[in-house]
Design a protein around this ligand. Structure first.
Ligand SMILES: NC(=O)c1ccc[n+]([C@@H]2O[C@H](COP(=O)([O-])OP(=O)(O)OC[C@H]3O[C@@H](n4cnc5c(N)ncnc54)[C@H](OP(=O)(O)O)[C@@H]3O)[C@@H](O)[C@H]2O)c1
Length: 326
């Protein structure tokens, strides 16, 4: 679907963006593949590897609607991945989190509508479900802003969908790079915040794959959620070797013991697509889904999708393989 098309990726120099762009270049021959982000050094470094004739590097900030409008000229598909995503950073700089994550989302909507973009797929997080911190709250607001844009689009052929998933294995600033650094320094005991803690985990490849599915299947208004495994933080420590122990440092502000990808309140809107769940729009005005998902089964009204009650768990051996493969 991307052959001969122009695609813009906000946050194209980030962990997700680079993997998405690499995958597009392997599978398709796009007309233009535009990286949209702020830092010229990250773009310069990326351009050393990704230097195909279709590649374009645009400096810009998602807070700047004019720049986004200019960048989206002639663009058919947009992936919106740019965000401030570190919980303590958002908490300490709340105005900045609101500007990038919420107003940035609003600017994506305006620029996409002005340019008659065909499809916009935006990335969200499990932290947006019943949020316990500002990062999650800004992503929840962003989800609402983006999905409601289907109503602003009216009869115009522009469709907005969402992909929501959990922690990306090995992403910048996350626990595996941190533990790996400690292991390399010869530390024998790793700090964990609570020995009951569980998380959903997804690889970058699975994240990218879900975004492709959202482009293929999305008609506007959906939140697509991949079915992914959970892991116990204590198992992650074990995966570093029998000689490794942990010490509990206490749960941090804004942190949850377990994360949710779907809350019980949303269960009546959920359809099971086999490999994915989809949450259909709460309000018909932001829906372009019509009867598209009628043929798929729903879920029990008491269903919720939380990391501690998941049926699928990563074993210590699988975690070991993940760590050594990074
Ligand atoms: N990593 C995870 O565990 C995880 C889990 C669930 C969901 N997500 C979501 O997935 C998305 C991508 O995450 P990631 O791990 O790829 O993040 P990342 O590696 O930190 O990359 C963020 C990207 O956004 C750009 N950016 C930040 N602020 C911007 C702004 N104001 N204007 C334009 N570009 C901006 C950054 O480049 P510059 O700094 O140069 O602008 C960078 O390219 C985010 O929306 C995140 O919320 C991530």
């Amino acid at each position: 679907m991307f052959n001969g098309k122009s695609i813009l990726v906000t946050g194209g120099t980030g962990s997700f963006g680079k993997k998405f762009i690499q995958t597009i270049l392997e599978k398709y021959q796009p007309n233009r593949l535009i990286v949209f982000s702020r830092d010229e050094l990250k773009q310069y470094e990326m351009a050393q590897t990704f230097n195909q004739p279709c590649m374009r590097y645009f400096i810009g900030d998602v807070r700047d609607e004019d720049r986004l409008t200019m960048a989206m000229q002639g663009v058919e598909y947009v992936v919106h991945a740019a965000a401030l995503k570190h919980v303590p950073v958002c908490e300490y700089n709340p105005f900045e989190a609101v500007k990038t994550n919420i107003l940035g989302g609003q600017n994506i909507v305006k620029a996409a509508l002005k340019n008659k973009v065909k499809k916009v797929v935006t990335l969200s997080t499990d932290k947006a479900v019943s949020p316990a911190n500002l990062y999650g709250a800004t992503k929840l607001a962003m989800e609402k802003v983006i999905l409601a844009a289907n109503a602003y689009a009216g009869s115009q052929d522009t469709h907005f969908s969402m992909v929501r998933y959990g922690n990306v294995v090995g992403s910048r600033g996350s626990v595996i790079p941190f533990f790996s650094k400690l292991a390399a320094q010869g530390e024998k005991s790793f700090p964990i915040t609570d020995d009951r803690m569980t998380r959903f985990w997804i690889t970058l490849e699975q994240g990218v794959d879900t975004v492709f599915k959202a482009f293929e299947r999305g008609v506007g208004g959906e939140i697509f959620i991949p079915k992914i495994p959970s892991m116990k933080m204590t198992d992650l420590v074990k995966a570093y070797g029998d000689d490794k122990k942990y010490h509990v440092i206490g749960i941090r502000p804004g942190e949850k013991l377990h994360e949710s990808l779907i809350s019980e309140d949303d269960s009546r809107l959920v359809k099971d697509l086999g490999d994915l769940y989809v949450i259909l729009p709460l309000y018909q005005h932001s829906s372009k889904t019509g009867g598209v998902y009628d043929k798929y089964p729903g879920v029990d009204e008491k269903f919720f999708y939380r990391s501690d009650i998941n049926k699928d768990w990563l074993t210590v051996k699988q975690l070991k393989d993940i760590i050594s493969g990074l």
